[in-house]
Design a binder for this molecule. Sequence first.
Ligand SMILES: Nc1nc2c(c(=O)[nH]1)N[C@H]1C(S)=C(S)[C@@H](COP(=O)(O)OP(=O)(O)OC[C@H]3O[C@@H](n4cnc5c(=O)[nH]c(N)nc54)[C@H](O)[C@@H]3O)O[C@H]1N2
Ligand SMILES: Nc1nc2c(c(=O)[nH]1)N[C@H]1C(S)=C(S)[C@@H](COP(=O)(O)OP(=O)(O)OC[C@H]3O[C@@H](n4cnc5c(=O)[nH]c(N)nc54)[C@H](O)[C@@H]3O)O[C@H]1N2
Ligand SMILES: [Mo]
Length: 760
Amino acid sequence: MVSGEPDQVMFSTTGKGKTMRQTRREFLKTVAVAGSSAALLECTGLLRKASAEDLAESMAEVKGYTYCDGCNHVPMCGMVYFRRGEVITRLETRQDHNYPNSTICSKGYAQLQEQYHPDRLRYPLKRTNPKGRPAKWKRISWDEAIRTTAKHLNGVKAKYGADKVCFFTGDPKEMRPVLQRLAYSFGSPNFGSESSTCFRSVSLGSLLLSGLPRPGAGPGKETRNCFVWGVNQSYSMATAMKSLLRAKEAGVRYFVVDPRKTPMVRTLDGFHLPLRPGTDGALALGIMNVVINEDLYDKEFVGKWVHGFEELKVYVQEFPPEKTARITGVPADRIREAARAFADGPTTVMLSASPVVHHTNGNQNLRAVLTLFAITGNFDRPGGMVVPPPAVLPSTTDGHPVFCRRTDLLPKLQPLRADRDYFPVWAELVSEIQMNRLPEYVDRGRIKAMLLFGGNAKMWPQPHLYQKALLGMDFSAAVDYFYRPWTHDYVDLLLPAATCFERLAPAAVFGRSVYQRQPVKPLGEAREDWQIITDIGTALGLKKEFFNGSLEAVINEDLKPTGLTVEQLRKAEGSMATVPASGAPKPRKYELGMLRPDKLPGFDTPTGKIEVYSTILEKHGVDPLPTYKEPSESLLSNPEMAKKYPLVFMTGARIPFYTHTKWRDVPWVSEFQPEPVVNLNPQDAKARGIREGDTVILENSRGHITVKAHLTEMVGAGMVDIYHGWVKQDVNTMLARDFDPISGFPPYKSALCDVKKASV
Ligand SMILES: Nc1nc2c(c(=O)[nH]1)N[C@H]1C(S)=C(S)[C@@H](COP(=O)(O)OP(=O)(O)OC[C@H]3O[C@@H](n4cnc5c(=O)[nH]c(N)nc54)[C@H](O)[C@@H]3O)O[C@H]1N2
Ligand SMILES: Nc1nc2c(c(=O)[nH]1)N[C@H]1C(S)=C(S)[C@@H](COP(=O)(O)OP(=O)(O)OC[C@H]3O[C@@H](n4cnc5c(=O)[nH]c(N)nc54)[C@H](O)[C@@H]3O)O[C@H]1N2
Ligand SMILES: [Mo]
């Protein structure tokens, strides 16, 4: 299933980009390496059926279970696989998983082409030439790889201190708990991840406001209105769409806050609030202006549970609908209509994982959005933003399942954090460090060595600075499925990770149900991330923490709060077990003392209330109210620059076929969009003489790239929309390292640019 925009799919298939195609011979070679004479078969359609049947006849098909990591482990869609010997031949959706009655997406079905891709890393590699040049690799043993890594990390620890080692994961998430355990038990607080650009700013904003790390929820039984605020699940989490459509049939009204007319507007019949990127704060304040002035807020809730409402009430007067319309581009009557939804029953919000916070003003914008739902009494109200009941695995205060992270060791290590003076609000509330100033940390001697699990130097604006940072380290090792030159040309060792079909850890937990994978034998010597970390920990001398290298023992430690073990899950039907809840879910947990560690009623904030006026921000000298400032590069804040670059440069809105830098070399998905495409509103294209499929130059004050144009009404006038993660045409070379002072997030979605037809 491809949940893409139909015209985009049509365009892409006419593109002339170079796509890797695996020949039949290469494919057979891969299968042979995988250790099976038979199989491969239906999964790629690259073999003729007759030969597949001949080959497979001798081996029975066996069923097994895993969950997908095509989107780097969220949403963890359940999969049934069928294997012959150790080779997986086909996939189906697992129905008794997190999204029942759904189906895996295009990437999910293409997983086997990634799994058996001829370029998959199979052996540990050590470079034989200097870093910073195209790598020359030499195969080494695992024993040497682990010993070398441990020697260098312990060397840095002895010479400079344990905190000089940084433990990093890119978007892949499954290895985080155990890597965090390694960092803290080694003595370094400097564990960080891609969350420095992703969901963590949303959870930071929410922690500041309410002490709750995970705001928002999909519509429930009692929900009347649901705001879809800067999220496009039809592309970014297609498996969730069915339940949203069901809720629509049950009468839920959707409001879609998005600069683009996405399928969330079209399929959910959403009331569209098409704002200029980076103006969410102004829009939320404009809606609150109407809500407060028309008495649509929840007086009782505000009186009892909100700190700073009077200040807010004064401040929102600066945002009457007409003025808000001029800032945001959303017509004033739409702002009023959205506000009046709050008069009509429980309202919830599905909040962006990242676009709202991908701006220099992102965290304040986010807090303004959440404030709207707080003052209207929708926090933990049935049908509103329901706080989920305690999960099987308890959470840390910033919202991660505890697993085996050893966050108990962190308070002592806090003063050694590399980010402490750069991003003090983040450093106070978020356990992982803010990674975006890695080049500065290296320049200042705060980081000397690094382990990267699925790291990508092109994740950040000005990627060359992150490559230089890697180059400047005494030692670095990366673990990945593939050799990615733009990152791995800057590291010393490259180690092969086992995929989601080949690994056991970690268990997936949804509500009260725990799922364990049933792995097949990895390709070559690929090893699962948890095992690699366990091995490194043991070699570093942390034998007790890492159970002398026993992966199962580490997983059992992780599973402890569930009362389950690897062995029990292995024996359970479908490797799944459900842990009964101790009682029925309860609404308004703040009244019952269920949201604070001291069990007193209220919220887990310094005042015990929803802090519309944040005492933590005040302490750090930041605006305590969710005030609105223009993005630092915008049509209104840089009118001079806007004359030359009048289009808003919105990068990285998700498309169904790719995950960041992944999937470009997997034919089944890359055929949909073989080369980078900039989406333009037909009106903007016409003004520039650009037609469908033209080669165009996208430029701004920091650089330019050459891409193909696609004209679509999905994109509002005055902006461009282009996906990131292309190696050559990398939008991140055109973005600024101008970070949000609260969260440290970069402005991926509100720079300025222009587009012109390339002369041919
Ligand atoms: N311009 C722009 N830039 C952006 C964004 C944007 O919207 N616009 N979005 C930002 C966001 S929200 C995010 S999350 C980041 C993306 O974060 P990135 O870390 O850039 O994500 P990927 O490129 O998908 O993955 C990085 C690497 O992980 C490897 N990998 C995948 N799974 C595993 C695994 O299980 N184990 C190991 N060892 N390796 C694995 C992949 O092969 C890949 O090389 O990008 C950020 N950058
Ligand atoms: N297929 C696929 N799925 C993915 C990923 C992937 O790379 N590919 N990445 C995963 C990751 S790491 C993440 S973080 C999530 C992100 O997934 P989502 O949270 O859905 O984010 P996006 O798709 O980037 O953007 C959602 C919508 O926000 C709009 N938008 C852009 N700027 C603004 C703004 O300033 N304000 C508002 N209100 N809206 C804005 C865009 O037009 C877009 O339609 O997706 C995850 N799922
Ligand atoms: Mo993300």
